[in-house]
Design a protein. Structure first.
Length: 84
């Protein structure tokens, strides 16, 4: 399950784990104009863990989800991206 909320400066997506017996904490993705943050509560440390990705890193991650094992560099040409 997931939710989507549009805030003043970001789009917020919350991913709720509805899997098996070993459920993970909710993951919150905050999409800003210049970056994306991913947050998840860490019950062992009793605090939020946060990762910040640039838009370029996010584009690379999106491309990587559909590619086989290997090393790649995206060629950015105008509005399109071509894998290498």
């Amino acid at each position: 399950m997931f939710t989507i909320e549009h805030e003043f400066d970001a789009t917020v997506v919350t991913l709720v784990d509805e899997g098996g017996a070993h459920l993970q904490e909710d993951v919150t993705v905050n999409a800003f104009e210049e970056c994306v943050t991913i947050e998840q509560y860490d019950p062992r440390n009793h605090r939020m863990a946060r990762i910040t990705l640039s838009i370029s890193q996010l584009n690379d991650l999106a491309a990587a989800l559909d590619l086989p094992e290997g090393a790649y560099r995206l060629k950015r040409t105008g509005n399109s991206e071509v894998g290498n």
